[in-house]
Design a protein. Sequence first.
Length: 110
Amino acid sequence: MRYLILFLFLITTIDASPCCNEIDMRGEVLSIQQYTYADRAASYIQVILKTAKEEIAVDLGLKSYLKFQGMVIAPHDKIEVKGCLKSRQGVTIVEGVQIKKGKRTLTIAE
C-alpha cells in the first residue's frame, strides 16, 4: 500500500512540460523564501538570484532534500544554477536542475 501511495504521489508531482529554455546562470543570493502548496505538506525553497543582467526567482526544490544533502544556501552566497526558464502565474522563474556552490555541486533533478 505504501508503494502505491508513493507511486501516486510521484505521478502527480511530475511536470510533463518539457524544459524548453535551458539556462546557466551565476550570481549572488539576495533572499531566500520558503513556500508550500495548499495540497502538500512539504516546504520548498526559492531564492532571488542577482545576476549581471537581472534579479530572478530560482526554485531549488524541497527544503528537506537540500537539508538532507547538506546544501546550505544563505543570503550573499555566490552560486551557479543550471535550470529551465518557466512561467508561473505570469512570472518568469527558473526551475533549478543543478546548483553549484564553491566546489560542491548538487543535482536536484534529471
